[in-house]
Ligand binder design. Structure first.
Ligand SMILES: NC(=O)CC[C@H](N)C(=O)O
Length: 304
């Protein structure tokens, strides 16, 4: 069976799972998306694109943007980044505050909110326009110049972002933010609000399947080692405290967002993105995780 047939099988088998999750409501704008939306796209290293369902429909990428922010921060400051953020799974929710106090404001990893706020601060200190640079970076990586922030989502996050504000100020109190907390939050919310489709994200993530070389940009975005580092971090930290279950079932490094997207990577082979807005209790797409599990099971391809 080729990838297209497999995607079509998954689309028909996924229906019972679509309503089992819950759409994120703590960012009210995300709750407006119908729970039955489903799309999936696979982009291969050898240049093929397969898609099914709403794979061309833009959605809020939310924490998937943490991969792009981390990539930029790694290329800007290299290993210095690890003075300010760790590389261990947190075992706590993506927006948890508990570890920060006894770990002195050093977030466990770059993919929980606390870690992404520090990464955003690193970018802000080094770029004249951090928001615009991240947006231009994803436009370039996906080959889609129409990608933009969703101002409604930014407003919705700002209006309800008390927990993120608490995290930013708490980190600042330990001296681990260089910029004002409000500026870091503004950039962070913008990055989360980027609207992209599964096809955009599968294309954008291809450099991670390809030793750091992005076909859309025809350039080496990261070194092969940096691509390995980012994939390793996605495997251990990309879906928060569901990392063990996700690795067991899917067997690929991946990054989720509360908009219901999950982007995952099979090194040397493909990048895949799935979107279904209903979330499991860990904040990862419930049907999206199932669809990825079906994909690696049906193809027999995973990193394990
Ligand atoms: N897991 C996520 O996608 C979280 C991102 C969301 N913008 C937040 O800060 O809470």
């Amino acid at each position: 069976m080729d990838y297209q047939e497999i995607l079509e099988e998954i689309q028909s088998e996924i229906t019972p799972f679509l309503r089992q999750g819950e759409v994120a409501t703590y960012i009210p704008q995300l709750a407006c998306v119908p729970i039955t939306r489903f799309g999936m796209a696979v982009r291969t290293v050898d240049g093929r694109l397969f898609q099914v369902g709403a794979a061309a429909e833009p959605f809020s990428i939310q924490s998937i943007s943490k991969v792009m922010s981390l990539t930029l921060a790694m290329t800007l400051v290299g290993d210095g980044l690890w003075q300010r953020v760790g590389r261990e799974p947190s075992g706590t929710a993506f927006n948890s505050l508990v570890q920060l106090e006894y770990e002195n404001g050093i977030p466990r990893n770059p993919f929980i909110n606390a870690g992404a706020l520090v990464v955003t601060d690193v970018i802000l200190s080094r770029l004249r326009d951090a928001k615009g640079t991240v947006r231009d970076f994803v436009r370039e990586l996906s080959g889609n110049p129409a990608i933009d922030f969703d101002p409604e989502v930014v407003r919705s996050e700002k209006g309800h972002g008390h927990r993120n504000a608490a995290l930013a100020h708490f980190i600042k109190s330990f001296g681990n933010l260089e910029n004002p907390a409000e500026e870091v939050l503004d950039a962070y919310f913008h990055h989360c609000s980027l609207a992209m489709s599964c096809a955009d994200l599968a294309e954008a993530f291809l450099y991670l399947a390809n030793g750091g070389f992005s076909p859309a940009t025809e350039r080496q975005v990261t070194t092969p080692s940096q691509a390995k580092y980012i994939n390793s971090l996605m495997l251990t930290c990309g879906v928060y405290d569901a990392a063990g279950d996700f690795a067991y079932r899917v067997g690929l490094p991946g990054k989720s967002g509360v908009g219901g997207g999950i982007a995952a990577v099979m090194p040397q082979r493909f990048a895949v993105c799935v979107w279904s807005p209903g979330l499991n209790p860990y904040g990862n797409s419930l049907a999206g995780t199932k669809a990825l599990e079906l994909f690696t099971t049906k193809t027999g391809i995973s990193i394990f």
